[in-house]
Design a protein around this ligand. Structure first.
Ligand SMILES: [Zn+2]
Length: 108
């Protein structure tokens, strides 16, 4: 009769261990889920931050391009005459045969 009780106790212990394991697994699963949720929230935040950063960078790019454009329109590039070496604004220079000149006479 004694071994039946021992077997019963072993079975009960096994069942208890199985239940503990299951609940532990559940707890781990829940923790992982929570971790995933926080991770995805963090990822979203990072993505938003990156978007914001990109927008900021784009705005900075546009701004710097505009400033450059303003500069280039205010201070025009100067080119040197091939014949006399005088510097003239690029828009006023005369280009002949791939060379720039200050006036029609020098380009001839
Ligand atoms: Zn010239």
């Amino acid at each position: 009769m004694g071994w039946i009780w021992i077997a019963l106790v072993v079975v009960v212990i096994a069942i208890i261990i199985a239940k503990i394991k299951r609940s532990a697994r559940l707890v781990i699963y829940r923790l992982q889920e929570e971790e995933d949720a926080t991770k995805s929230a963090e990822e979203q935040r990072t993505a938003q931050a990156t978007d914001f950063h990109q927008e900021l960078r784009q705005a900075a790019d546009i701004f710097s391009r505009r400033v450059k454009g303003m500069r280039s329109s205010n201070v025009e590039q100067m080119v040197s005459c091939e014949k006399c070496g005088v510097y003239v604004p690029a828009s006023e220079a005369i280009v002949r045969r791939g060379k720039v000149y200050c006036c029609e006479e020098h380009s001839a």
